[in-house]
Design a protein around this ligand. Structure first.
Ligand code: DC
Length: 222
């Protein structure tokens, strides 16, 4: 069967990664969580004492940085498993800061495009349908209210044993990141003209997976 590429964009904690992961298993595709690449960049910059607005410094660091996303969903930064370390609230904010830097985006976008060449990828992020995979056969724009997203992120943190703030604090951070992600100069978060919008606030994971699956199936038969 034909292998297509699927782009899933949307604000933070809208469920993109969870849905992409499930869908990848169902279709036998590879899920690529591009947010993990911005998070890994932020983690290394923080550890190395590089300011998060130092574009030159972060880019030079990236030139000697290996970020590997495994099909099992693990993230390796220069060989170290950072899958959990990149999920803290501090790194969420730091990732949002480095993602504003034009040349950092250029570097990571190039890596993402290289990876997706073979087809059969479900890539989630903010600029996948608008920049990284402009020609993706299916583009989804996934949204949910800030309250619904904060509750999900909180539950996810608890389930994974990740230190977490309370729901209202997470909701505030989500609103701030939404603002930053949609108002930044470089590749701001926006729905691609040809993307299908899904508001998942009142949907279960299964319902969202099935909804996207119904959109994918006809594309595989042509
Ligand atoms: O999806 P996430 O929360 O793991 O993303 C972390 C940060 O990285 C978020 O603030 C937005 C940014 N990001 C981006 O600018 N472009 C992407 N393709 C993915 C994430």
């Amino acid at each position: 069967m034909k292998k297509i590429n699927i782009a899933i964009d949307g604000p933070s904690a809208a469920g993109k990664s969870t849905i992409a992961k499930r869908l990848a298993t169902k279709l036998n595709y590879v899920h690529l969580d591009t947010g993990a690449m911005y998070r890994s960049t932020a983690l290394k910059a923080t550890r190395n004492g590089i300011a998060l607005d130092d574009e030159k410094g972060v880019c030079e660091m990236l030139a000697n940085t290996e970020i590997i996303l495994t099909p099992e969903g693990k993230v390796f930064l220069d060989g170290e498993d950072v899958s959990t370390a990149i999920r803290t609230d501090d790194i969420s904010m730091a990732a949002s800061a480095v993602s504003k830097l034009k040349n950092v985006r250029a570097d990571l976008v190039k890596r993402q495009q290289q990876m997706a060449k073979a087809g059969g990828f479900i890539m989630d992020g903010r600029d996948i349908g608008t920049v990284v995979l402009k020609d993706a056969e299916l583009k989804i724009f996934m949204t949910a209210s800030a309250e619904a997203r904060a509750k999900r992120r909180y539950d996810q943190n608890i389930a994974q044993g990740i230190p977490t703030s309370d729901i209202e604090t997470i909701a505030e951070e989500i609103r701030k990141r939404d603002y930053d992600d949609t108002h930044r100069a470089e590749s701001p978060l926006r729905k691609a003209d040809d993307a299908v919008e899904i508001d998942t606030s009142d949907m279960t994971i299964e319902e969202v997976v099935n909804c996207v699956y119904q959109l994918v199936m006809p594309l595989l038969e042509v």
